[in-house]
Design a protein around this ligand. Structure first.
Ligand code: ATP
Ligand code: MG
Length: 557
C-alpha cells in the first residue's frame, strides 16, 4: 500500500482532529536523540514518523539533542546523527537544538516550583530514596525532608547549584504523591548533582535536570504540538502533563506513544551496539553488517528503501516483531528498479575459446538495465580468454544444472554461445582452465543447428577487466531474538557474517564506479563500492543484498 492509499494511522487521525478543532494551527514535531551512540533502524522509524508528519501537514520538525546526561555524550555522535538524518532525506527546522540550550529556563522553573511549594531539596541518599519510593504493590513513604520551608529549599538549591555539595548528597524533587499507583509520580527527581563537564555547556553546571523534567518543557519552549515517543514512556505521560500544568510554559504540547520498531535477527539497543564496536565484534559503528543508519548506508541500502520500509512497517501501539525480511525486500525492490546491471565473476575460472583468434578483440554492448532505457548501454570487451564463475562449470551434471557442462552448450550473457570441449587440470587435479568452442554466429541469435542452450551465465573478459575484492555479508545474528531467554546476545553472533573474496573479476566499466553508484552484479546480487577500503586499482565492493531467487532467475533468462 502506498502512503497515499493507506488509511490514516492513529497519530494522523489525532493530528487531523486537532487541526479541525483548532487545537493547533501548525504541526510541530521533534526528533530527540540522545547523543550516546549512532542511530539505528529503530531511530529511522522515529525520524520517518516525525519528519514525515511535518512534511505531510506542512509543519516543521526540530532536531533536538537530548543532552541532559553529561557523562555519556559525545561530539562524534552529534555529528554522525546529523549526517544520518540528512542522508535519509530530511531537513530539520532552523538550527540544531540542544536540551542544554534550555538549562537556564529549566533552572528558573525549578525555582518557580520551589516557590509554589511544589518542589523540595531532599537529603536522602540514592539508596534511601529507592527504599522510600515503595514498590508497584506498596505505596512509598514521604521523605523526612519533604516539608522544608520555601526559604530553606531556595537556599539549599542555590548551594547545590554552586557546587557546595557532593554528588549524591541531595537532589531536588517534585512534591507530588508518594502513594500514587504510578511510580513516576512519587516525588520524581528534578535535578541531581553531577560534577561532570558537558559537551555544550562546559563547566557551567554541576546540577543537571532529569529527562522527565527536561523533555516536556523543552517541547513547550519549542512550541511542539505533538511529542511522539515510544511506548515505554506511556507511564511518564501523567508526569509530562503535571509539569506542563504546574509551570508557566509558553505552550501545551501533548505526548503520544507508539510502539518501537523491533526487527528480528537485529539488535536495536545503542548500548549493545556500542559493545559490538568496543569489543571488536564488528569493525566500527558503520560496519556494513550493523543495523545502524551509517552501516546500512555503507552496505548500499538506499534512503528510499529505508523510508519505504518504515512506511510499510506502519505506526501502531501494538508490541511486536517486524520481519527483517521486509527491510531486505524494500532494499531489493528499490535496487531492482534503479540499479544498473554489471557483471562480476566472484570465483574466477579461466575459459579459453580455442577457435577465437588470439589477436582479435571486440566491443559488445549490453543494456544498462533491462527495462530502463534511460540507463543507456554499456560496452563489454570480448576476446579469446574470459572468466566465468567456478560454480558455473561442471564436468558432469544432470539436466537440472543449466550452466556449462563438458560437451554441452551455454550462452554467455550478452555474448556468444560456447561449448565446453576440454578440461585442463593441475597436478592436484584442480580444474585450472576449460577449453571451449565459441559459436561465432550466435551473437543475438540461436545456433544454426537449431539447438537452444537453456542456461545463461555471466562472464568477464580476461584481457580487459577490473580486479577487485568483494565482501559478502550475511545476517549478523543467527537467532531471531538475539539474547532471548537470558542468554548473552553475543552467543547469537553469526561467525560467518562476512566472507572476503580476493581477485574477483569485474567488467571494466566498473572502474568508473563512484560511491553513489549501486549495481546489480547479474546473477549475484546488489553491490556498492566500500567507502573506506580499497583503491582505484583494487577497489572493494560490498554486497548490499543477494538476489532473491538466484537460480530461478538465471533459468528464466
Ligand atoms: P536506545 O535504547 O537504543 O538507547 P533510545 O530510545 O534511548 O534508544 P534515543 O536517542 O533516546 O534512543 O532515541 C531518540 C528517539 O528515537 C526517541 O524518540 C525514541 O523513542 C526513538 N526510538 C529509539 N529506538 C526506537 C525504535 N526501536 N523504534 C522506534 N523509535 C525508536
Ligand atoms: Mg532515550
Amino acid at each position: 500500500m502506498t502512503e497515499r492509499t493507506r488509511p490514516l494511522n492513529f497519530i494522523e487521525q489525532r493530528i487531523e482532529a486537532d487541526l479541525r478543532d483548532n487545537k493547533i494551527s501548525k504541526v510541530m514535531t521533534r526528533f530527540p536523540p540522545e547523543p550516546n551512540g549512532y542511530l539505528h533502524i529503530g531511530h529511522a522509524k522515529s525520524i520517518c514518523l516525525n519528519f514525515g508528519l511535518a512534511e505531510k501537514y506542512q509543519g516543521e520538525c526540530n532536531l533536538r539533542f537530548d543532552d541532559t546526561n553529561p557523562a555519556k555524550e559525545e561530539q562524534e555522535y552529534v555529528e554522525a546523527i546529523q549526517e544520518d538524518i540528512k542522508w535519509l532525506g530530511f531537513q530539520w527546522n532552523g538550527e540544531v537544538r540542544y536540551t542544554s540550550d534550555y538549562f537556564d529556563q529549566l533552572h528558573e522553573w525549578a525555582i518557580y516550583l520551589i516557590n509554589e511549594g511544589k518542589a523540595y531539596v531532599c537529603d536522602l541518599s540514592p539508596e534511601e530514596a529507592r527504599e522510600y519510593r515503595g514498590t508497584l504493590t506498596e505505596p512509598g513513604r514521604n521523605s523526612p525532608w519533604r516539608d522544608r520551608s520555601v526559604e530553606e529549599n531556595l537556599s539549599l538549591f542555590e548551594k547545590m547549584r554552586n557546587g557546595e555539595f557532593n554528588e549524591g548528597d541531595c537532589s531536588l524533587r517534585a512534591k507530588i504523591d508518594m502513594a500514587s499507583p504510578n511510580m513516576n509520580m512519587r516525588d520524581p527527581v528534578l535535578y541531581r548533582i553531577k560534577k561532570a563537564r558537558h559537551h555544550q555547556t562546559g563547566d557551567k553546571w554541576v546540577i543537571y535536570p532529569s529527562y522527565d523534567f527536561a523533555h516536556g518543557q523543552s517541547d513547550a519552549i519549542e512550541g511542539i504540538s505533538h511529542s511522539l515517543c515510544t511506548l515505554e514512556f506511556e507511564d511518564h505521560r501523567p508526569l509530562y502533563d503535571w509539569f506542563i500544568e504546574n509551570l508557566p510554559t509558553p505552550s501545551r504540547p501533548v505526548q503520544i506513544e507508539f510502539s518501537r520498531l523491533n526487527p528480528n535477527y537485529t539488535i536495536t539497543s545503542k548500548r549493545k551496539l556500542k559493545l559490538l564496536v568496543d569489543e571488536g565484534h564488528v569493525e566500527s559503528w558503520d560496519d556494513p553488517r550493523m543495523p545502524t543508519i551509517s552501516g546500512m548506508r555503507r552496505r548500499g541500502y538506499t534512503p528510499r528503501a529505508i523510508r519505504n520500509f518504515c512506511e510499510a512497517a506502519g505506526v501502531t501501539r501494538s508490541l511486536g516483531i517486524t520481519d527483517v525480511g521486509m527491510l531486505e525486500y524494500a532494499v531489493r525492490d528499490d535496487l531492482d528498479k534503479n540499479a544498473p546491471r554489471a557483471m562480476c565473476v566472484l570465483r574466477p575460472l579461466k575459459i579459453v575459446l580455442t577457435n577465437y583468434p588470439e589477436d582479435k578483440s571486440e566491443e559488445l554492448s549490453a543494456p544498462g538495465h533491462p527495462n530502463r532505457d534511460d540507463l543507456g548501454e554499456r560496452t563489454l570487451p570480448f576476446s579469446r580468454e574470459i572468466y566465468i564463475d567456478q560454480d558455473d562449470f561442471r564436468e558432469e551434471a544432470n539436466k537440472k544444472y543449466k550452466r556449462l557442462v563438458l560437451g554441452k552448450k551455454v550462452r554467455l550473457r550478452n555474448a556468444y554461445v560456447i561449448e565446453a570441449q576440454e578440461v585442463v587440470k593441475d597436478e592436484q587435479g584442480n580444474i585450472v582452465e576449460v577449453h571451449c568452442h565459441c559459436d561465432m554466429g550466435t551473437l543475438g541469435k540461436n545456433p544454426e543447428d537449431g539447438s537452444k542452450p537453456k542456461g545463461v551465465i555471466h562472464w568477464v573478459d580476461a584481457k580487459s577487466h577490473l580486479n577487485c575484492q568483494v565482501r559478502l555479508y550475511d545476517r549478523l545474528f543467527t537467532e531471531e531474538a538475539p539474547g532471548a531467554g537470558g542468554k548473552d546476545f553475543l552467543e547469537s553472533l553469526n561467525p560467518n557474517s562476512l566472507e572476503i573474496l580476493e581477485n574477483c573479476k569485474a567488467e571494466i566499466g566498473l572502474a568508473e564506479a563512484t560511491l553513489n553508484d549501486h549495481y546489480q552484479f547479474e546473477r549475484e546480487g546488489y553491490f556498492i563500492l566500500d567507502s573506506k577500503r580499497g583503491s582505484r586499482e583494487y577497489p572493494v565492493f560490498n554486497q548490499t543484498i543477494g538476489l532473491k531467487d538466484t537460480w530461478e532467475k538465471a533459468d528464466k533468462d
